[in-house]
Design a protein around this ligand. Structure first.
Ligand SMILES: Cc1cc2nc3c(=O)[nH]c(=O)nc-3n(C[C@H](O)[C@H](O)[C@H](O)COP(=O)(O)O)c2cc1C
Length: 215
């Protein structure tokens, strides 16, 4: 009897493990098996890191990916401050509840947006160029941040996007302490490094949210 009970318990455990595993895998499985899509589906927020430094060419590759993002009228409103000097973290990210995450990261990249840049003048029949404000800087910065996160994932690094603007507690201290010009805002800060934890991507696939031709 004891033997049967033991076998039954072992079978149940095996079934539970395999069902957990298949749930984990759905996030990474799609009909189209392509490296880029795999990277997108594998990305997850990582909030604890090892002490390993990020190779300079990796940081450059991630920033290059960030700068390849689309932007309204190709305005590219971004600049980046890469902070690696941990002794400065407390001063720059003071009052930011993500400070514990930042402290374990190899670098915190502050994504800075020029909110005053204007779009190129539209061709005007009178030859009088019309200056148009850039209304898309938030969208541009979001696309740029996601590109950076995906590049980090593809290089085996972990990263987390942390909000800055419009929370004055976060963005005003960063703006002051990093010496940003008046027309720039710290849009967000991304902590990046080698993951210390085994985070798994969340399965966010919801086919019921897709509507064809009409809602
Ligand atoms: C605009 C934005 C702001 C975020 N701010 C924070 C933050 O301040 N702190 C944090 O730990 N995560 C932050 N995140 C990460 C989200 O919590 C995370 O993306 C979400 O829980 C989904 O998890 P995943 O990234 O692992 O898919 C932010 C993400 C976005 C897009």
């Amino acid at each position: 009897m004891k033997k049967i009970l033991f076998l039954y318990a072992a079978l149940l455990t095996a079934l539970m493990i395999s069902s957990c595993k298949s749930e984990e895998n759905t996030a990474k499985t799609t009909g189209v098996d392509n490296e880029t899509i795999q990277t997108i589906l594998s990305r997850k927020s990582v909030r604890s890191f090892t002490e390993q430094a990020i190779p300079a060419e990796y940081m450059e590759a991630m920033l290059k990916a960030a700068m390849a993002a689309p932007s309204g009228s190709n305005i590219q409103p971004w600049h980046f401050v890469v902070v690696t000097d941990k002794s400065q973290f407390g001063r720059i990210f003071e009052d930011n509840f993500n400070l514990k995450t930042f402290n374990s990261a190899a670098a915190v990249v502050v994504f800075c947006a020029d909110t005053t840049v204007t779009r190129p003048p539209r061709n005007n029949p009178d030859g009088d160029p019309v200056t148009r404000p850039n209304g898309t800087w938030r969208d541009d910065m979001g696309a740029c941040t996601e590109n950076f996160l995906l590049a980090a994932e593809s290089l085996g690094l972990g990263a987390v996007w942390t909000a800055s603007y419009p929370d004055p507690v976060r963005f005003l201290t960063m703006k002051r302490e990093l010496g940003l010009p008046d027309n720039f805002l710290p849009y967000c800060a991304v902590a990046v490094g080698y993951p210390a934890s085994d985070e798994q991507p969340k399965d966010k696939w919801k086919p019921e949210r897709i509507h064809y031709n009409q809602w």
